[in-house]
Design a protein around this ligand. Structure first.
Ligand SMILES: *Cc1c(COP(=O)(O)O)cnc(C)c1O
Length: 299
Protein backbone atom coordinates (compact mmCIF):
# COMPACT_ATOMS: atom_id res chain seq x y z
CA UNK A 1 0.00 0.00 0.00
CA UNK A 2 1.33 3.44 -0.86
CA UNK A 3 0.81 6.26 1.58
CA UNK A 4 -0.78 9.24 -0.16
CA UNK A 5 1.51 12.25 -0.35
CA UNK A 6 -0.51 14.71 1.70
CA UNK A 7 -0.07 17.22 4.50
CA UNK A 8 -2.86 15.33 6.27
CA UNK A 9 -0.39 12.49 6.92
CA UNK A 10 1.83 14.78 9.02
CA UNK A 11 -0.40 14.61 12.11
CA UNK A 12 -1.69 18.19 12.06
CA UNK A 13 -3.41 19.31 15.24
CA UNK A 14 -6.84 20.05 13.78
CA UNK A 15 -9.19 21.59 14.55
CA UNK A 16 -6.67 23.91 16.13
CA UNK A 17 -7.28 24.70 19.82
CA UNK A 18 -9.37 27.66 20.98
CA UNK A 19 -8.38 29.21 24.31
CA UNK A 20 -10.09 31.97 26.29
CA UNK A 21 -8.10 35.00 27.41
CA UNK A 22 -9.00 36.85 30.58
CA UNK A 23 -8.12 40.52 30.29
CA UNK A 24 -9.84 43.28 32.23
CA UNK A 25 -9.13 45.81 29.46
CA UNK A 26 -11.49 43.80 27.26
CA UNK A 27 -13.89 42.77 30.01
CA UNK A 28 -14.46 46.49 30.62
CA UNK A 29 -15.73 46.76 27.03
CA UNK A 30 -17.86 43.62 27.43
CA UNK A 31 -15.68 41.69 24.99
CA UNK A 32 -14.79 38.05 25.42
CA UNK A 33 -11.51 37.23 23.65
CA UNK A 34 -10.62 33.80 22.34
CA UNK A 35 -7.35 32.83 20.69
CA UNK A 36 -7.62 30.46 17.73
CA UNK A 37 -4.24 28.72 18.00
CA UNK A 38 -3.39 27.95 14.38
CA UNK A 39 0.25 28.32 15.45
CA UNK A 40 -0.13 24.87 17.06
CA UNK A 41 -1.22 23.05 13.87
CA UNK A 42 2.22 21.76 13.01
CA UNK A 43 5.67 22.42 14.51
CA UNK A 44 7.37 23.03 11.14
CA UNK A 45 4.59 24.02 8.73
CA UNK A 46 3.39 26.77 10.95
CA UNK A 47 0.05 28.44 11.35
CA UNK A 48 -1.98 29.47 8.37
CA UNK A 49 0.73 28.18 6.03
CA UNK A 50 -0.36 24.59 6.69
CA UNK A 51 -3.94 25.44 5.67
CA UNK A 52 -2.75 27.36 2.58
CA UNK A 53 -0.40 24.63 1.40
CA UNK A 54 -2.64 21.61 1.93
CA UNK A 55 -4.65 21.76 -1.31
CA UNK A 56 -1.70 23.16 -3.24
CA UNK A 57 0.36 20.09 -2.34
CA UNK A 58 -2.59 17.91 -3.30
CA UNK A 59 -2.93 19.68 -6.66
CA UNK A 60 0.80 19.31 -7.30
CA UNK A 61 0.74 15.61 -6.50
CA UNK A 62 -2.45 15.03 -8.51
CA UNK A 63 -0.81 16.82 -11.44
CA UNK A 64 2.21 14.54 -11.23
CA UNK A 65 4.56 17.32 -10.07
CA UNK A 66 7.47 16.45 -7.83
CA UNK A 67 8.67 20.05 -7.60
CA UNK A 68 7.09 23.07 -5.90
CA UNK A 69 8.33 26.52 -6.89
CA UNK A 70 7.31 29.57 -4.95
CA UNK A 71 8.22 33.18 -4.14
CA UNK A 72 9.01 35.21 -1.06
CA UNK A 73 11.04 37.88 0.68
CA UNK A 74 14.16 37.04 2.67
CA UNK A 75 12.15 36.55 5.88
CA UNK A 76 9.15 34.82 4.34
CA UNK A 77 7.37 32.35 6.65
CA UNK A 78 5.81 30.92 3.51
CA UNK A 79 9.17 29.98 1.98
CA UNK A 80 10.20 28.26 5.19
CA UNK A 81 6.91 26.39 5.49
CA UNK A 82 7.07 25.27 1.85
CA UNK A 83 10.61 23.99 2.35
CA UNK A 84 9.57 22.05 5.44
CA UNK A 85 6.55 20.56 3.67
CA UNK A 86 8.79 19.54 0.78
CA UNK A 87 11.25 17.79 3.04
CA UNK A 88 8.58 16.00 5.06
CA UNK A 89 6.75 14.78 1.95
CA UNK A 90 9.72 14.17 -0.32
CA UNK A 91 8.95 16.93 -2.82
CA UNK A 92 11.68 19.14 -4.25
CA UNK A 93 11.26 22.85 -3.54
CA UNK A 94 12.59 25.98 -5.21
CA UNK A 95 12.32 29.39 -3.57
CA UNK A 96 12.54 32.51 -5.71
CA UNK A 97 13.74 35.21 -3.31
CA UNK A 98 13.39 38.98 -3.73
CA UNK A 99 16.80 40.68 -3.69
CA UNK A 100 19.59 39.85 -6.16
CA UNK A 101 22.06 41.45 -3.73
CA UNK A 102 21.46 38.59 -1.26
CA UNK A 103 23.08 36.04 -3.57
CA UNK A 104 26.42 34.82 -2.30
CA UNK A 105 26.00 36.47 1.11
CA UNK A 106 25.54 34.54 4.37
CA UNK A 107 21.91 33.46 4.66
CA UNK A 108 19.67 34.83 7.40
CA UNK A 109 18.32 32.17 9.81
CA UNK A 110 15.01 31.94 7.94
CA UNK A 111 16.61 31.21 4.55
CA UNK A 112 19.25 28.99 6.17
CA UNK A 113 16.46 26.87 7.61
CA UNK A 114 14.79 26.62 4.20
CA UNK A 115 18.07 25.47 2.66
CA UNK A 116 18.56 22.89 5.45
CA UNK A 117 15.15 21.57 4.44
CA UNK A 118 16.42 21.14 0.91
CA UNK A 119 15.00 24.25 -0.73
CA UNK A 120 16.98 25.51 -3.68
CA UNK A 121 17.11 29.32 -3.57
CA UNK A 122 17.12 31.57 -6.62
CA UNK A 123 17.68 35.28 -5.98
CA UNK A 124 16.18 37.81 -8.38
CA UNK A 125 16.31 41.59 -8.53
CA UNK A 126 13.34 43.61 -7.37
CA UNK A 127 12.17 44.54 -10.88
CA UNK A 128 12.05 40.88 -11.92
CA UNK A 129 10.40 39.96 -8.64
CA UNK A 130 7.63 42.50 -9.28
CA UNK A 131 7.00 40.83 -12.66
CA UNK A 132 6.84 37.32 -11.17
CA UNK A 133 3.30 36.59 -12.36
CA UNK A 134 4.11 37.48 -15.98
CA UNK A 135 4.39 34.59 -18.45
CA UNK A 136 7.91 35.57 -19.62
CA UNK A 137 9.29 35.45 -16.09
CA UNK A 138 7.64 32.09 -15.42
CA UNK A 139 8.86 30.73 -18.76
CA UNK A 140 12.41 31.77 -17.84
CA UNK A 141 12.06 29.90 -14.52
CA UNK A 142 10.78 26.80 -16.35
CA UNK A 143 13.69 27.03 -18.74
CA UNK A 144 16.09 27.18 -15.83
CA UNK A 145 14.55 24.61 -13.48
CA UNK A 146 12.32 22.39 -15.62
CA UNK A 147 8.63 21.80 -14.92
CA UNK A 148 7.19 22.70 -11.52
CA UNK A 149 3.95 23.33 -9.68
CA UNK A 150 3.79 27.06 -9.03
CA UNK A 151 2.60 28.33 -5.66
CA UNK A 152 2.23 32.13 -5.72
CA UNK A 153 3.83 34.54 -3.24
CA UNK A 154 2.57 33.98 0.30
CA UNK A 155 0.95 30.78 -0.96
CA UNK A 156 -2.21 32.70 -1.87
CA UNK A 157 -4.34 31.32 -4.66
CA UNK A 158 -7.76 29.71 -4.97
CA UNK A 159 -6.52 26.43 -3.46
CA UNK A 160 -5.13 28.32 -0.45
CA UNK A 161 -8.37 30.22 0.10
CA UNK A 162 -10.35 26.99 -0.17
CA UNK A 163 -8.05 25.41 2.43
CA UNK A 164 -8.51 28.37 4.77
CA UNK A 165 -12.30 28.04 4.65
CA UNK A 166 -11.80 25.22 7.18
CA UNK A 167 -10.52 27.84 9.62
CA UNK A 168 -13.87 29.65 9.35
CA UNK A 169 -15.85 26.43 9.66
CA UNK A 170 -13.96 25.48 12.82
CA UNK A 171 -15.09 28.78 14.35
CA UNK A 172 -18.81 28.36 13.63
CA UNK A 173 -20.78 28.68 16.84
CA UNK A 174 -17.61 29.65 18.69
CA UNK A 175 -17.27 33.38 17.98
CA UNK A 176 -19.29 36.33 16.68
CA UNK A 177 -16.35 38.22 15.19
CA UNK A 178 -13.03 36.82 13.97
CA UNK A 179 -9.94 39.01 13.61
CA UNK A 180 -6.92 38.08 11.50
CA UNK A 181 -3.70 39.66 10.22
CA UNK A 182 -3.40 40.07 6.44
CA UNK A 183 -0.30 39.85 4.28
CA UNK A 184 -1.66 38.79 0.92
CA UNK A 185 -5.21 38.32 2.24
CA UNK A 186 -5.51 34.65 1.27
CA UNK A 187 -6.25 33.57 4.81
CA UNK A 188 -9.02 36.15 5.27
CA UNK A 189 -10.51 35.24 1.87
CA UNK A 190 -10.97 31.63 2.98
CA UNK A 191 -11.76 32.30 6.63
CA UNK A 192 -14.62 34.67 5.76
CA UNK A 193 -16.08 32.14 3.32
CA UNK A 194 -16.12 29.43 5.99
CA UNK A 195 -17.97 31.47 8.64
CA UNK A 196 -21.75 31.49 9.01
CA UNK A 197 -22.72 34.56 6.94
CA UNK A 198 -25.85 35.20 8.99
CA UNK A 199 -24.24 35.45 12.40
CA UNK A 200 -20.50 35.90 12.04
CA UNK A 201 -18.12 38.43 10.52
CA UNK A 202 -14.40 38.78 9.99
CA UNK A 203 -12.10 41.79 10.26
CA UNK A 204 -8.69 41.75 8.58
CA UNK A 205 -5.75 43.92 9.62
CA UNK A 206 -3.27 44.47 6.77
CA UNK A 207 0.29 44.61 8.10
CA UNK A 208 1.49 46.61 5.09
CA UNK A 209 1.07 50.34 4.61
CA UNK A 210 -1.75 51.25 2.23
CA UNK A 211 -3.34 47.82 2.69
CA UNK A 212 -6.60 49.00 1.12
CA UNK A 213 -5.55 47.41 -2.17
CA UNK A 214 -6.07 44.03 -0.49
CA UNK A 215 -9.81 44.57 -0.69
CA UNK A 216 -9.73 43.90 -4.43
CA UNK A 217 -7.19 41.07 -4.02
CA UNK A 218 -9.38 39.29 -1.50
CA UNK A 219 -12.46 39.66 -3.68
CA UNK A 220 -10.48 38.29 -6.62
CA UNK A 221 -9.33 35.30 -4.53
CA UNK A 222 -12.89 34.63 -3.35
CA UNK A 223 -14.13 34.86 -6.93
CA UNK A 224 -11.51 32.33 -8.04
CA UNK A 225 -12.09 29.95 -5.13
CA UNK A 226 -15.84 30.22 -4.56
CA UNK A 227 -17.22 31.92 -7.66
CA UNK A 228 -18.34 35.04 -5.80
CA UNK A 229 -17.67 37.31 -2.84
CA UNK A 230 -18.35 35.28 0.31
CA UNK A 231 -19.06 36.09 3.93
CA UNK A 232 -19.23 39.30 5.89
CA UNK A 233 -15.73 40.78 6.05
CA UNK A 234 -13.92 44.09 5.97
CA UNK A 235 -10.42 45.48 6.41
CA UNK A 236 -9.13 47.95 8.96
CA UNK A 237 -5.99 49.45 7.45
CA UNK A 238 -4.90 51.59 10.41
CA UNK A 239 -2.65 49.19 12.29
CA UNK A 240 0.38 48.69 10.00
CA UNK A 241 2.80 50.56 12.35
CA UNK A 242 4.74 52.03 9.44
CA UNK A 243 4.64 49.08 7.07
CA UNK A 244 5.60 45.47 6.54
CA UNK A 245 8.02 44.22 9.23
CA UNK A 246 8.15 47.72 10.79
CA UNK A 247 7.92 47.71 14.57
CA UNK A 248 7.39 50.74 16.81
CA UNK A 249 8.17 50.99 20.54
CA UNK A 250 4.40 51.15 21.17
CA UNK A 251 3.84 47.85 19.37
CA UNK A 252 6.76 46.23 21.17
CA UNK A 253 5.40 47.45 24.50
CA UNK A 254 1.93 46.07 23.71
CA UNK A 255 3.40 42.71 22.67
CA UNK A 256 5.54 42.33 25.77
CA UNK A 257 2.61 43.22 28.01
CA UNK A 258 0.48 40.65 26.21
CA UNK A 259 3.23 38.06 26.67
CA UNK A 260 3.48 38.85 30.37
CA UNK A 261 -0.25 38.65 30.96
CA UNK A 262 -1.13 35.71 28.75
CA UNK A 263 2.02 33.65 28.27
CA UNK A 264 1.95 33.90 24.49
CA UNK A 265 4.59 35.95 22.70
CA UNK A 266 2.88 37.27 19.56
CA UNK A 267 4.80 37.35 16.29
CA UNK A 268 5.59 41.06 15.74
CA UNK A 269 5.25 41.10 11.95
CA UNK A 270 1.65 39.90 11.92
CA UNK A 271 0.00 38.71 15.11
CA UNK A 272 0.93 41.60 17.43
CA UNK A 273 -0.48 44.15 14.94
CA UNK A 274 -3.72 42.18 14.70
CA UNK A 275 -4.04 41.89 18.49
CA UNK A 276 -3.29 45.62 18.90
CA UNK A 277 -6.02 46.38 16.35
CA UNK A 278 -8.46 44.04 18.07
CA UNK A 279 -7.91 45.75 21.45
CA UNK A 280 -8.21 49.18 19.80
CA UNK A 281 -11.55 48.31 18.20
CA UNK A 282 -12.81 47.00 21.56
CA UNK A 283 -11.82 50.32 23.19
CA UNK A 284 -13.58 52.22 20.39
CA UNK A 285 -16.80 50.37 21.23
CA UNK A 286 -17.01 48.63 17.86
CA UNK A 287 -18.10 45.37 19.53
CA UNK A 288 -21.46 45.26 21.30
CA UNK A 289 -21.28 44.07 24.92
CA UNK A 290 -21.25 40.28 25.04
CA UNK A 291 -19.43 39.91 21.70
CA UNK A 292 -17.17 36.88 21.46
CA UNK A 293 -14.11 37.82 19.41
CA UNK A 294 -11.76 35.10 18.16
CA UNK A 295 -8.30 36.37 17.23
CA UNK A 296 -6.47 34.01 14.88
CA UNK A 297 -2.91 33.29 15.96
CA UNK A 298 -1.70 32.68 12.42
CA UNK A 299 1.86 31.79 13.36
C1 LIG B 1 1.90 34.54 6.19
C2 LIG B 1 1.34 35.03 7.47
C3 LIG B 1 0.19 35.81 7.53
C4 LIG B 1 -0.48 36.38 6.30
O1 LIG B 1 -1.37 35.52 5.68
P1 LIG B 1 -2.04 35.96 4.29
O2 LIG B 1 -2.85 34.79 3.90
O3 LIG B 1 -0.91 36.21 3.33
O4 LIG B 1 -2.83 37.19 4.51
C5 LIG B 1 -0.33 36.15 8.77
N1 LIG B 1 0.28 35.75 9.91
C6 LIG B 1 1.42 35.01 9.89
C7 LIG B 1 2.04 34.64 11.18
C8 LIG B 1 1.98 34.64 8.68
O5 LIG B 1 3.12 33.92 8.67
Amino acid sequence: MTVPLSLDTLEPRLPSPVVAVVDERLARCGVELLLKRDDLIHPRITGNKWRKLRLNVQAAVDGGHGVLLTFGGAYSNHLRATAAAGRLLGLRTIGVVRGAELAGRPLNPSLARAVEDGMRLHFVDRATYRRKTEPEVIAELEHRFGPFYLVPEGGSNAAAATGCADLGRELRGVADVVTVACGTGGTLAGLAAGLDPGTQRAIGFPVLKGGGFLDGEIQRLQQAAFGARRGDWRLDTRFHFGGYARITPELREFASEFTERHGLAPDLTYVAKMLYGTYALAAEGVFAPGTRVAAVITG
